[in-house]
Design a binder for this molecule. Structure first.
Ligand code: TRP
Length: 327
């Protein structure tokens, strides 16, 4: 079975867009691949989080991913900082990376622009740490979004360069695995094309029913259908997208007909959408709450995940040391 590894940014507070995008794909992946997921807490140090937030955010994310259906028996989930083997590989790989190529990475340049007073070496070698995350498991595939393309190119370069320098065929070149291709794009509630945290147009998996209703009722619309069977403008099509992902085909057909004969009232449509979103979100929210209150369980999941990850990384490191010349 092919091996898949993916890092999760430790920001937490997933929204519906995350759920129907990355998270659902992760849940599917655990059946089809040998998957390992981890919370990239070391990577978050590049932007100086507060000490008290680090452990808490790992637990928050664990609770959310488990609530969404990640089954730690099939897909171990660990915290990056629990697997120290990564650091040794990070050091080895850094010896083969050049300042020039690291400086040319767009995410580095963007971060350097955003935090000009804190252009630290961790930021510069972010791609090396990410390569170590992946290569320590000799993973073949990595589910990533478009924004990670260059980091993935760097990971492949690390693998290729190591193999070349030592004349071995040890690291496979990890391939990008685009879950976005099959995932549904969840629109924003403000008429924008995409639900995203920054845009304040989100429904979070932790939102209560009342909040969901309020957010949906405030979603952007227009004057209403004017001519029968007309094409829907984007803001309205966005609402229909919610019907498609959260409602029944019957509900979709009903409102589609109403649109086509110009009798659609957006208030009714929004009520339906709100209730159906609640049907999706409420059970997840309840599971998040249940997992969050069982810290022992969360810590056990992370510990077991780390055991699996460490075993896999230790086997790789043993070979790597031998190849480099350490006995
Ligand atoms: N850089 C990734 C992101 O910002 C997170 C990440 C860190 C990652 N290490 C990884 C993703 C290894 C995949 C594999 O989303």
């Amino acid at each position: 079975m092919e091996k898949v590894v993916s890092g999760i940014r430790p920001t937490g507070n997933l929204h519906l867009g995350n759920y129907f995008g990355a998270v659902k794909s992760f849940v599917k992946m655990q059946d089809e691949y040998e998957s390992l997921f981890f919370i990239a807490d070391w990577h978050s140090l590049t932007t100086s989080p507060k000490p008290e937030d680090i452990q808490r955010s790992a637990r928050v994310i664990l609770a959310e991913y488990l609530a969404c259906g990640i089954d730690p028996e099939r897909a171990p989930i660990y915290v990056q900082s629990d697997v120290k083997e990564t650091l040794e590989l990070y050091l080895f790989l850094n010896m083969n990376m050049y300042l020039g190529e690291l400086e040319r990475v767009t995410t580095f340049k963007e971060k350097a622009r955003k935090q000009p007073d804190n252009v630290n070496a961790g930021l510069l070698t972010y791609p090396t740490l990410m390569a170590a995350d992946i290569l320590q498991h000799r993973a073949q595939k990595v589910p990533v979004g478009k924004d990670q393309e260059q980091n993935m190119e760097m990971a492949r370069r690390c693998a290729r360069r190591f193999n070349h320098i030592y004349g071995v065929d040890f690291f496979p070149e990890p391939q990008n695995f685009y879950f976005n291709a099959e995932a549904v794009k969840v629109p924003g509630l403000d008429g924008s094309g995409k639900m995203g945290k920054s845009e304040g147009n989100c429904i979070y998996l932790r939102d209560d029913d009342k909040t969901i209703r309020r957010k949906v009722m405030r979603a952007v619309t227009d004057l209403g259908p004017q001519t029968p069977n007309s094409e829907r403008p984007e803001v309205i099509e966005n609402l229909f997208t919610f019907l498609r992902i959260c409602s029944t085909p019957d509900a979709y057909a009903y409102f589609d007909e109403k649109w086509n004969d110009c009798s659609l009232r957006y208030g009714d449509l929004k009520k339906q959408i709100a209730e159906d979103i609640i049907k999706t979100v409420a059970p997840i929210r309840e599971r998040i709450e249940a997992f969050s209150s069982d810290v022992d369980f969360l810590d056990r999941v992370a510990r077991q995940g780390a055991e699996v990850a460490r075993e896999s990384a230790a086997a790789t490191l043993k070979e790597v040391r031998r190849i480099i010349g350490f006995r």
